[in-house]
Design a binder for this molecule. Structure first.
Ligand SMILES: C[S@@+](CC[C@H](N)C(=O)[O-])C[C@H]1O[C@@H](n2cnc3c(N)ncnc32)[C@H](O)[C@@H]1O
Length: 273
């Protein structure tokens, strides 16, 4: 089997399947990316073509393989302190939050967890100077592979350059011996986080309302109707006055009514009279 032997028909099959399962809209320009991400897997399974693999996915005989395909086809790029302005805004919102209840934050497409632990370090830092409410963070993603990494909270040092030195000292444990070259997020932060698989295009599970939701750098993969549905569902899980953050290049203007913008990617629902 050759790497690029993906026919137009086979491309249409995987495009439709991925859209149905995840809401991700693939354009024809993504053909080479599909080949690159699935080729090895198809070889490992000993199948003769992309078509044979897609038939297996569609047969429903191996639901676990469908999850593997989703894990391979989602783009999971993320890093600590990505679009850092949003974390200073999180800090400001947390500082002003009521103290008589837990301040709850959700990273709704958290990938391998760097976003969640950046939030955790930000809130812990505020707590150090006595200015934070009690807080907890939930992370979710459709990919079980990235969620496993997020739960482990163990990162290669090469991926932690954006963490300020003070935070590295306070919130990360450097690995020794077999763990040399990696670091573990401190248990005190890990204990305040929880991860679960949530597919944003499906009806959401019962959730206690959130003060802040990060939905960053995932809407770019969806078409406008899916974006509207996903954002609409998430807004309904915010407390009144709660904040929604999307990627700084992902505007919600013209997509959803009744949002007030607080700068690139930062929104709050208008309060009804
Ligand atoms: C590029 S990462 C963004 C990570 C992080 N939010 C950030 O900004 O650095 C996009 C994530 O969205 C997830 N994703 C894609 N479709 C999804 C869906 N339908 N439901 C939940 N997560 C989804 C992918 O698995 C991927 O981990």
């Amino acid at each position: 089997m050759e790497l690029n032997a993906l026919s137009e028909r086979e491309f249409a099959t995987i495009r439709d399947l991925l859209f149905r399962e995840t809401g991700i809209a693939l354009t024809p320009a993504k053909k080479a990316l599909i080949c690159g991400r699935l080729f090895k897997r198809i070889q490992v399974l000993g199948l003769a073509s992309y078509g044979a693999y897609f038939e297996l996915l569609l047969s429903g005989r191996q639901p676990v393989e469908l999850q593997t395909a989703i894990d391979l086809l989602t783009t999971n790029e993320t890093y600590f302190f990505r679009e850092a302005k949003h974390f200073s805004m999180l800090s400001t919102v947390a500082e002003a939050a009521p103290r008589n209840r837990t301040f709850r934050v959700w990273s709704a497409a958290c990938s391998t967890g760097e976003e969640v632990y950046t939030m955790a370090m930000t809130l812990a830092e505020l707590g150090r100077v006595g200015r934070a409410p009690n807080w907890e963070i939930r992370g979710s993603d459709i990919s079980t592979r990235v969620l496993d990494t997020a739960r482990r909270a163990n990162y290669s040092v090469d991926r932690t350059h954006e963490i300020p030195p003070d935070f590295l000292r306070r919130y990360c444990l450097r690995g020794f011996g077999p763990y040399e070259g990696s670091l573990l997020i401190d248990r005190a932060l890990r204990d305040k986080t929880e991860f679960a698989q949530i597919n944003l295009i499906e009806p959401l599970p019962d959730l206690v309302p959130f003060d802040v939701i990060f939905l960053r750098n995932v809407l770019i993969y969806f078409d406008p109707p899916v974006k509207r549905k996903v954002v609409g569902q998430l807004l309904s899980t915010l407390v009144p006055g709660g904040m929604l953050f999307v990627g700084m290049a992902e505007s919600l203007n013209g997509l959803i009514d009744g949002l007030i913008s607080f700068g690139p990617g930062a929104y709050c629902m208008e309060r009804r009279q």
